[in-house]
Design a protein around this ligand. Structure first.
Ligand code: 0O2
Length: 270
């Protein structure tokens, strides 16, 4: 196939990877903006390289004209979660979406691969708009924890190095490492609530500080400078206490002050 043809075949897949990545990143942002714990920690996407596509087609005996149907992971998105429990949450978010239609699912968490590989895979149909009109493509979404990802990345590199002929002592080490990853994920899950609480508090504090600073900035425009300096000093004092409740109280008080100024401005403009 000509290089130019490869480029035009892969172009809609590039678009799909970009769009899907943005959509999943948006889910993270929406959770953060609402002071909620995000089940997605990180999103990565890639279009499979031509050499990997050709290698897969050769390995699976796929003819050129069946490539787009049978190589399901030309577009690939990897979603990294902090905890094993989050994987199910993310899978159900995807299942409920109207812009991603699920073709198949593989649960390598329940059915761990011989290699020790664990991950949750979804093959979806996804519509992209091209200059030739809409095109339905397939994309693979892999959902796994950070620990699972660490193992899979190392194992993938070793598979590449040994080209499918891994020495038994390396296989054995990887298998032991896979067991250690299972224990690590379990251990982390057992302190999940505490970690989530800590992360939620930190996100709440960051949102509160952002709101407070924006309020103070607005007050600068409408109120007496010395008054605002006093408010700013008070904010710094409350911030240093590291007490979220005090910060929330200060935020509410500042809202009332800002509301007062808004009411005054409306009155003067009447
Ligand atoms: P890439 O893009 O280099 O990661 P197959 O692809 O033939 O192995 P199948 O049925 O097409 O199998 O899909 P499957 O088993 O769901 O695997 C698809 C992808 O999952 C692989 O893509 C890997 O990314 C990942 N994967 C599956 N098994 C393993 C494993 O044992 N170790 C690691 N590290 N990753 C695995 P590709 O095609 O390898 O390409």
């Amino acid at each position: 196939m000509e290089i130019q043809l490869w480029r035009s075949i892969l172009c809609p897949y590039e678009l799909a990877v970009k769009e899907l990545t943005v959509k999943f990143e948006h889910i993270i942002n929406e959770h953060k903006q609402n002071d909620l714990y995000s089940p997605i920690e990180q999103v990565r996407g890639r279009v499979k390289s031509v050499s990997s596509i050709l290698e897969k087609m050769q390995r699976k005996n796929i003819p050129m004209e069946r490539m787009e149907e049978e190589v399901e992971d030309i577009a690939g998105v990897r979603i990294i979660c902090q905890f094993e429990e989050d994987i199910e949450t993310v899978a159900s978010i995807i299942q409920k979406r109207t812009d991603m239609v699920i073709k198949s699912e593989k649960n390598y968490l329940k059915h761990i691969k011989q290699s020790g590989y664990r991950s949750y895979h979804l093959i979806i149909y996804y519509m992209v708009e091209t200059i030739e009109g809409p095109k339905r493509i397939q994309a693979e979404i892999q959902i796994r924890t950070m620990a699972m990802n660490f193992w899979a990345t190392i194992e993938h590199s070793l598979q590449y190095k040994y080209k499918g002929d891994m020495p038994p002592h390396v296989t054995e080490r990887l298998s032991k490492a896979a067991d250690a990853i299972i224990s690590l994920d379990r251990e982390m899950s057992s302190v999940r609530n505490e970690i989530m609480d800590a992360q939620n508090s930190s996100q709440m504090q960051s949102n509160l500080v952002k709101d407070i600073l924006s309020n103070i900035e607005n007050l600068y425009k409408v109120s007496n400078k010395r008054e605002v300096m006093k408010i700013q000093d008070e904010f710094l004092r409350v911030f240093r206490t590291k007490d979220l409740q005090q910060l929330e109280r200060f935020h509410r008080q500042l809202d009332i002050i800002a509301e007062g100024y808004r009411a005054q401005a409306v009155y003067h403009n009447m």
